[in-house]
Design a protein around this ligand. Structure first.
Ligand code: SF4
Length: 629
């Protein structure tokens, strides 16, 4: 049981600040892996909050709990790529070896076994997080050895069955078996920039207004997925009034299939932090926060070391770069497991110690964000890119990409291909070329932009190689036809935050893939909007009905219409939650029609008795609810 003195100490570390509730709960969970009733009451009194307010924060996040967990807590990812790599077999082995079932704790309290959404390891699945240590490429044998080691009380780090990963994964402050898998470098990943050059000398060359102008000239768009112009965001932020201004780096990449920020955080952290300094200089900000997803806890010590080193060198703190009055510092805020916190206003709510529920807009965060201050939220890749632009110039940057999508994009590629990993490609690159790069030669479908993106096929051009396609692609009357069959990565054709998942012809696209994506949205909805809370579940049920062979023609039309209803949701999660079904109907309609009873408008096999079985069971269990004796 956690001691009162320990809670008091944690509270003091955060000056009894209710807005630091996330940190308080995170520290508390390190000592005792759940928050008990007494502790919650104690926190509520000390923070002048109600118990309900504390409980609603705890209950929102995957990695917080109000129930005792195990000595070892195993979070096994449920991403589609993990499922494609025998996640089921791995789970069964864990259940058998730990003597418990999924989402429960073993009777002796040794093991907690839980399912969790994508943990950013799609290129090395199946993967799990055990007490904050990441284990990748799990096999049944490795699971048995791991559990045996834990039972024998061995140190988790000593149980890693592979060497430390490449690059900084082997750093003494990381010591992780995660691999970077960087497969293709271009202008951003190329190591042709000495970190901190901008802070050391660039700052003196540019006024803040000129920095904003340079980024605007480059047409850099946010790399998180929404693609909002970064320069414009910095301009709005610099013009908003407030006692403080805040720069947040959003490192909460939770879109299944995305792991590029993991690699940037591991190998390019100096540039990311320098990007935050540049943004702070441009906008007159003095508070900086890196919001890091909980799944990347293993990087915290390493990232803090870099921040300390920046402070020592005068790149953070007071009068940065010798500029009088330019004061700025950065702290790391860990999340606690919630996909929706990738949405900037939800992220801000989370940073204030609350449930990560997106805010109504306006006001936008650039006007009124963290603690009411103007807040500029940029993603990791955006900030790293901004540093390169400030160094090499907007003109240099505009030589890459296409007219509507300048520069390059980091892709996280996983699924059925020989070389999963990180690829930096120019915007405008055809999907066929991307498939060739990563060694995908039996492609049925590609999910571009994660579950919220689009499921597309290469259609009938699979017999052409990329060189033939490039020759064929020219600005002419063929463009419309080409766009249909030769999809390209760009904001106008296939926008993506970076996730590319490949499914070969052996995959069951609807039963395996689309179902997994719909379950993801159902799990991750914050529940505020009735559309997002209900429609994904209803759509999934309808899809199951179709897959069970009871579908009729109008079911497809129902799904299309319900998908439109979802667009009325408050944030991007709900607005795109129907996309797995909508885009698969659009591009793979034949798969739906294959299951539909031909030409009928109603289900001829409908079995009334079977259909009400679950309802009857419920009524028998809870008769009082139905006034039955
Ligand atoms: Fe929450 Fe979904 Fe509404 Fe977004 S759309 S606010 S996740 S319920």
């Amino acid at each position: 049981m956690i001691e009162k003195s320990q809670i008091t100490q944690i509270l003091q570390n955060y000056k009894n600040d209710r807005y630091r509730l996330m940190d308080i709960l995170l520290d508390l969970h390190k000592i005792q892996n759940y928050a008990d009733t007494e502790t919650i009451s104690y926190l509520a009194a000390a923070l002048k909050m109600s118990r309900v307010e504390i409980e609603e924060t705890i209950s929102f996040y995957h990695f917080f709990s109000m129930e005792p967990k195990g000595k070892y807590n195993i979070y096994l990812t449920d991403s589609i790529t993990a499922n494609m790599k025998n996640r089921k077999g791995i789970l069964e082995t864990f259940e058998h070896e730990c003597d418990t079932k999924i989402n429960s704790v073993s009777s002796d309290g040794t093991f907690g076994l839980f399912t969790t959404s994508c943990i950013g390891m799609n290129d090395q699945e199946p993967a799990a997080i055990i007490n904050d240590v990441v284990f990748t490429n799990l096999t049944a044998y490795r699971v048995r050895e791991l559990v045996k080691g834990m039972r024998n009380g061995l140190n988790l780090e000593d149980l890693m069955y592979e060497n430390y990963g490449d690059g900084n994964n082997a750093d003494l402050d990381v010591r992780s078996m995660v691999c970077n898998n960087i497969r293709k470098k271009s202008i951003i990943l190329k190591k042709d920039y000495k970190p901190y050059t901008f802070v050391k000398s660039g700052i003196k060359k540019f006024t803040p207004a000129e920095v904003v102008q340079e980024i605007e000239n480059s047409n850099l768009r946010g790399r998180g997925g929404a693609g909002f112009p970064t320069g414009l965001k910095w301009r709005f932020g610099s013009q908003s009034q407030g006692e403080h201004r805040v720069i947040i780096c959003n490192a909460d990449e939770g879109e299944p299939g995305t792991f590029k920020d993991r690699v940037l955080l591991t190998e390019y952290p100096e540039m990311m932090f320098e990007g935050m300094v540049a943004a702070a200089y441009a906008t007159g900000s003095d508070i900086g926060v890196l919001y890091l997803r909980y799944e990347y806890t293993y990087l915290v010590r390493f990232l803090n070391r870099i921040l300390d080193s920046m402070r020592k060198q005068g790149y953070l703190g007071k009068n940065i770069g010798g500029v009088e009055g330019f004061n700025f510092d950065i702290r790391i805020q860990l999340g606690a497991g919630a996909y929706v916190c990738g949405e900037e206003s939800a992220l801000i709510e989370s940073m204030e110690g609350k449930r990560g529920e997106p805010r109504d807009k306006p006001p936008f965060p650039v006007e009124k964000g963290y603690l009411g201050y103007p807040t500029i939220v940029n993603n990791v890749e955006t900030l790293v890119t901004a540093v390169k632009i400030l160094h090499f110039g907007a003109k240099w940057y505009s030589e890459f990409g296409t007219n509507d999508s300048l520069g390059t994009k980091l892709l996280s590629i996983s699924g059925d291909c020989k070389f999963p990993g990180i690829y930096e490609v120019e915007w405008g690159t055809p999907l066929t070329e991307v498939m060739e790069m990563c060694g995908a030669d039996d492609v049925q479908a590609i999910q571009v932009g994660g579950p919220s993106g689009m499921m597309v096929s290469l259609k009938d051009l699979s017999h052409l190689n990329s060189t033939q396609l490039m020759k064929w692609y020219k600005p002419s009357g063929m463009e419309v036809a080409e766009r249909f069959i030769d999809r390209r990565l760009s904001y106008s054709d296939l926008p993506t935050g970076g996730s590319i998942m490949i499914f070969n012809n052996q995959r069951d696209l609807l039963g395996e893939v689309v179902m997994n994506f719909m379950e993801f949205f159902i799990e991750e909805s914050c529940g505020s909007c009735s559309t997002c809370r209900n429609m994904p579940y209803v759509m999934k049920t309808k899809l199951k009905k179709i897959l069970d062979g009871h579908g009729v023609k109008s079911d497809i039309e129902d799904l299309l219409s319900w998908g439109k209803t979802l667009k009325a949701s408050r944030c991007g999660l709900g607005q795109t939650a129907g996309n797995p079904i909508l885009s698969s109907i659009f591009n793979f309609r034949h798969l739906y029609e294959k299951h539909i009873q031909s030409l009928t408008e109603y289900d001829t096999d409908f079995d009334l008795e079977k259909s009400v079985q679950s309802y009857q069971k419920f009524v028998q269990k809870e008769p009082v609810l139905f006034h039955m004796k």
